[in-house]
Design a protein around this ligand. Sequence first.
Ligand code: SF4
Length: 159
Amino acid sequence: MKNNKKKVAISACLMGQKCRYDATDNLDVRLLGKLEGCELIPFCPEAYAFGSPRPTMDLIETEQGIKAISNLTGADLSPPVRRYAEEFFAGHPDIDLYIGKDRSPSCGVCSARIYDRSKKQIDASGRGLMSEEAVKQGIECWDAEEYLEDRAKKSGYVG
Ligand code: SF4
């Protein structure tokens, strides 16, 4: 039987999964309440690619574009995150809504921090690598805080 629930892709940490870099979560009960009745499909590209706990990474503007760079090793961690994102959306072609954790270099929608090579912040409204792929798919995308506060007209809505 066809499932008619709205399908929402959501950062797993917002649902209480302990997948952050320090093996904690970002459980947001108010957000989950607002999404009641939807089918929630959690994702976490970083835990999938690097496990949890793990070293942190930041988005750095380079000559070749924005990359996720490990704060421990300086390695470019973008490829596995991008690969996860592509595979996630290929496996879920019918997502109605995407909600990403604010400020994350993977999941931030309009809130990811971008730094230059000297680690000076140059943008606080960047897009995480997973969210980039969601936008590319034409999905309505929100930062969690924006969605909760219903501030679409200001900055959160991307779709
Ligand atoms: S913000 Fe995204 S990458 Fe970071 S823990 Fe949450 S789901 Fe995983």
